[in-house]
Design a protein around this ligand. Structure first.
Ligand code: SF4
Length: 728
C-alpha cells in the first residue's frame, strides 16, 4: 500500500513532480486497515497531505464496493473527473467507478419537453437556454446538468427541466431506459467505487433510518471527505421541513391535474386555490422582514394560531377530496400522496412536544417561509444509521481536531469506537508562515473595532503588496471595511457580492495584487496557490451566532444537561471554522504568507490558547516590523535543508516501522510535541506581551461566564452566505 505512494511507486512514475509524503502514506495505511477490518477511522490530515490519493488508493485496492462522499458537487466532479482517473491509471486495474448526484442534478426529458411549450418560459433568454439544453440532452449520456456550461446556474429554466420527485411520482414513465436518474442509479449499483456528496449520503441514511427506502447501493465501506461538514448537513436530513414552496407546488399541481383528469370535480380546484391563499396568509402572520427564530417566540400569537389553523384545516380538506378522486388518474393520485406527507409534517410540527429532541424553528423569506424541526443532536440517528449499513467508515478532513482532540467531532456523530489519526501538514509553517497578532485593538464587540482593525492591518497589506484575503464574520463588518478601503487602497479591491464567487476568485488570481473581502463562503473551499495569496486576515474569532435558533436551543439543552456549552460546543465549532479560514494561506510547499488574527480575545482569554493550538505551529509576532521583514526576505522552499531532511527521514523510518496503531500513536505523539512547541511559542509571545497588555485582560481570563457572554454579545457573529448553492 505505502509503496504505491512511495518514491518508486506508480505515481512517481506517472506524475512528474510527484513528491512522496510520509503523512500521505500513513493515512493510506490507516484507511486500508479500516476498510480491511470493517472499523471506523477518524483521520485529520493537514493541508498538503494529499489525502485524496491516500484514500483512493486503498479504496480501489480493497476490492470492495466503496462509497466516497465529498462536501460539494464541485468537489464531487473534481474527484470523479480528475483524481479518480489518475489513480486508476496509476494502479492499472480494471476498476468500475460511477458518479451519483441528487435527482435535481439530472435533466428529465419529459419535463424538458413540457417546458418547451410553457408560456411562462416564452421570453427570448429562456427560449435560448431551452434550445441549448434540448440540444445537449439529445447528445449527453449522463444527463448531468453540470455539463451545460452555456446556461448559467441561476437561469430560470433549470427549475422546469430537472428531475423532481413530485413530477416523477406523478409521471413515472414506463420506459425507464430513457431516464437519466434511473441510468445514474443503475450505474451506481454496478460500480466498485461510487462518488456521491454529503447531501445525497445523508438523504439516503435518513430514508433508511425511517424505513422509507434507499437511494444508494449497499456498500462495504464509506469514505467521507471534508467530514467536518457532515454534522450540519446530517442535521438537515435527520430533521423535518415543510416550506411554502412545497405547499404552493401542491396547490398548483392540484389545479392543473384536476383540469386534466377530473374536470367535473370543481371542489378540488377550489381547495387547491384555497391552499394557495392559506399559505400566503400564513406568511403574512410573520413579520414583514425575513427572519429566523425559534417557533416558541411566535406560537402564542393569536394571528399566528388562527392562520396555522386555517392552513392545517385547508390541507386536511384537500387530503380528503384528493383521496376520493385518487382513482381518476396518476396525477391526482400523486398529489394525494404528497398532500398526505405535508399533512403529517405539519401535524408533527404543531403537535410534537418541545421535549428537547428537536428544535422547532421557522425561517421567513420575502414571500415564503419554512417550518423546521432540527434534531438537537444527530449523534443518535447517525449512529443508528451507521449500525444499519454494517460497513467500515473513514471520516477525513484537514479540520477535525480542536487543540489536538477529536472529542467534539466524535461526539457530534456518536463515533464512540473510532480509531484516530492526526497527521500534520507537510508544509514548513515554521519557515514559511508568520502569525501576526496586532496590538492595542479594542474589544471586538465595540463599534470602532472594524475601523481600528483596518488601520492596524493597512501596513500589513502594504507589506504584502495586496495579495490578501480579508475574512469577516459578518456582512456588516465587511461593508464597513469596504467603505474605509474603497478609495484609499492602492490595490484592486474585490468584494463578495460584486460578482459570482468563482469569477471573484478568478479575478483575484489574475490581478496578482488584489485584496479580497469575503465572509463565510470564503473561509473554506478556496484554493489560491502561489504568491497571489500571501496574507490572510481574520477579523474575529468565528463564533456561531448565539441568536441562531438551533444553536441557541442546543446551548440551552447542554446547560440543562449540566454541560458547558461554551467549552464543549461553541469554542470547538469556532476553532474548526478558524482552521478552515487559516487553511487558505499555505496551499503549496513553496507558498509563504502571513496570517493576521485581529481579535484580541485570542490573547486575552484563556480559550485563546485552544485556538492557537489548533493552528499549524508557526512563529508568532506582535510587531508589524517583523511582518515587513518577512515580506522583504527571500522565499525559502520548505523541507529543503539537511536538518529538515534528516528529521523527515527519521520520522518516516519510525512510522514505517510501526504497525497500525503504532503509526497512529507516533503521529499523535509528534503532533503533541509540535503542539507543545506551539504552546511554548504562544507562551513566550504572551510573556513578552503581558507587560504591555491591558490590565483588565487578566481579570477576564478564566471567567467562563464572561466568556459565554462574549459569544452572546457578539452582535454580528458568523453568518451563512445566502449565495452559496445548495448541493445534493
Ligand atoms: S422517471 Fe420519468 S419523470 Fe422521473 S426523471 Fe425519469 S424520465 Fe423524468
Amino acid at each position: 500500500m505505502a509503496e504505491a505512494l512511495g518514491a518508486d511507486g506508480p505515481f512517481a512514475e506517472l506524475l512528474p513532480g510527484f513528491a512522496p509524503r510520509d503523512e500521505q502514506r500513513h493515512l493510506a495505511v490507516a484507511v486500508a486497515r479500516a476498510l480491511g477490518r470493517g472499523s471506523t477511522l477518524v483521520g485529520e490530515a493537514g493541508t498538503g497531505t494529499g489525502k485524496t490519493f491516500a484514500y483512493l488508493v486503498p479504496a480501489l485496492l480493497s476490492g470492495q464496493r466503496i462509497i466516497i462522499s465529498t462536501g460539494t458537487r464541485h468537489l464531487q466532479d473534481q474527484l470523479f473527473r480528475s483524481d479518480l482517473p489518475l489513480v486508476k491509471k496509476a494502479l492499472r486495474g480494471a476498476y468500475s467507478t460511477s458518479l451519483l448526484k441528487g435527482r435535481s442534478n439530472y435533466v428529465c426529458r419529459h419535463r424538458l419537453a413540457r417546458a418547451m411549450g410553457l408560456p411562462v418560459l416564452n421570453d427570448e433568454t429562456s427560449r435560448r437556454h431551452l434550445r441549448i439544453i434540448a440540444d445537449w440532452a439529445s447528445r449527453t449520456d449522463s444527463g448531468d446538468i453540470a455539463e451545460v456550461t452555456a446556461v448559467p446556474e441561476d437561469s430560470a429554466v433549470w427549475g422546469f427541466v430537472v428531475s423532481s420527485e413530485e413530477f416523477c411520482a406523478q409521471h413515472e414513465f414506463e420506459d425507464l431506459a430513457d431516464c437519466f436518474v434511473h441510468g445514474a442509479r443503475k450505474r451506481a449499483q454496478e460500480a466498485d467505487i461510487v462518488v456521491v456528496n454529503h447531501h445525497l449520503l445523508c438523504a439516503d441514511l435518513a430514508l433508511k433510518e425511517d424505513g422509507f427506502g434507499e437511494i444508494l447501493p449497499s456498500a462495504n465501506g464509506f469514505i467521507i471527505d471534508e467530514a467536518h461538514q457532515l454534522p450540519d448537513i446530517a442535521a438537515q436530513f435527520f430533521g423535518r421541513k415543510l416550506s411554502s414552496r412545497q405547499l404552493l407546488d401542491l396547490a398548483r399541481d392540484t389545479v392543473t391535474e384536476q383540469l386534466i383528469e377530473a374536470p367535473d370535480t370543481k371542489a378540488l380546484r377550489d381547495l387547491g386555490n384555497a391552499l394557495e391563499v392559506a399559505v400566503r396568509h400564513f406568511r403574512l402572520a410573520f413579520a414583514v422582514e425575513p427572519d429566523r427564530d425559534a417557533w416558541l417566540t411566535v406560537q402564542e400569537d393569536q394571528t399566528m394560531i388562527a392562520e396555522l389553523e386555517r392552513l392545517g384545516g385547508t390541507l386536511d380538506a384537500l387530503v380528503e377530496v384528493l383521496g376520493e378522486a385518487a382513482t381518476r388518474g396518476k396525477g391526482i393520485e400523486g398529489c394525494h400522496k404528497r398532500a398526505l406527507v405535508h399533512q403529517a409534517s405539519l401535524a408533527r410540527f404543531k403537535n410534537d412536544p418541545a421535549d428537547g429532541e428537536y428544535v422547532h424553528w421557522y425561517e421567513t423569506f420575502r414571500t415564503g417561509f419554512s417550518l423546521n424541526m432540527t434534531p438537537m443532536t444527530v449523534a443518535g440517528p447517525f449512529e443508528r444509521a451507521m449500525e444499519g449499513v454494517h460497513a467500515s467508515w473513514v471520516f477525513t478532513s484537514a479540520t477535525l481536531a480542536v487543540g489536538g482532540d477529536f472529542g467534539h467531532f466524535r461526539q457530534q456523530l456518536g463515533l464512540d469506537d473510532a480509531d484516530e489519526l492526526q497527521l500534520d501538514s507537510p508544509f514548513d509553517y515554521q519557515r514559511n508562515a508568520l502569525l501576526y497578532l496586532p496590538k492595542d485593538l479594542p474589544e471586538p464587540q465595540g463599534r470602532g473595532y472594524t475601523a481600528a482593525l483596518v488601520e492596524r492591518v493597512r501596513p500589513v497589506i502594504e507589506a504584502s503588496e495586496g495579495r490578501a484575503f480579508f475574512l469577516f464574520t459578518s456582512y456588516r463588518a465587511l461593508h464597513e471595511a469596504e467603505r474605509v478601503l474603497r478609495d484609499t487602497l492602492p490595490y484592486p479591491l474585490l468584494v463578495q457580492g460584486q460578482m459570482p464567487r468563482g469569477e471573484l476568485i478568478e479575478a483575484f488570481r489574475s490581478y496578482g495584487n488584489a485584496v479580497l473581502l469575503g465572509t463565510a463562503s470564503f473561509w473554506e473551499g478556496v484554493d489560491v496557490r502561489g504568491e497571489a495569496l500571501s496574507c490572510v486576515i481574520i477579523d474575529k474569532l468565528p463564533f456561531g451566532s448565539p441568536g441562531d435558533p438551533v444553536m441557541s436551543a442546543r446551548i440551552d439543552h447542554m446547560k440543562r444537561a449540566g454541560g458547558d456549552p461554551f467549552a464543549e460546543y461553541q469554542i470547538p465549532q469556532a476553532a474548526i471554522t478558524l482552521k478552515q479560514g487559516v487553511g487558505r494561506l499555505i496551499r503549496d510547499v513553496t507558498d509563504r504568507g502571513v496570517l493576521v488574527i485581529g481579535d484580541p480575545r485570542v490573547r486575552t482569554r484563556l480559550y485563546g490558547e485552544t485556538f492557537i493550538l489548533s493552528l499549524p505551529p508557526m512563529p508568532i509576532t506582535r510587531d508589524v516590523a517583523e511582518v515587513q521583514r518577512f515580506f522583504a526576505s527571500q522565499p525559502t522552499a520548505g523541507l529543503s535543508d539537511a536538518e529538515d531532511a534528516a528529521e523527515a527521514a527519521e520520522a518516516a523510518e519510525a512510522a514505517e516501522a510501526a504497525e497500525a496503531t503504532e503509526a497512529a500513536k507516533a503521529a499523535k505523539a509528534a503532533k503533541a510535541a509540535k503542539a507543545a512547541k506551539a504552546a511554548k511559542a504562544a507562551d513566550s509571545a504572551k510573556a513578552a506581551e503581558r507587560e504591555e497588555t491591558e490590565k483588565g485582560a487578566r481579570s477576564a481570563d478564566g471567567a467562563d461566564a464572561k466568556d459565554a457572554k462574549d459569544a452572546r454579545d457578539a452582535s454580528d457573529a458568523m453568518v451563512a452566505d445566502p449565495s452559496e448553492p445548495v448541493t445534493s
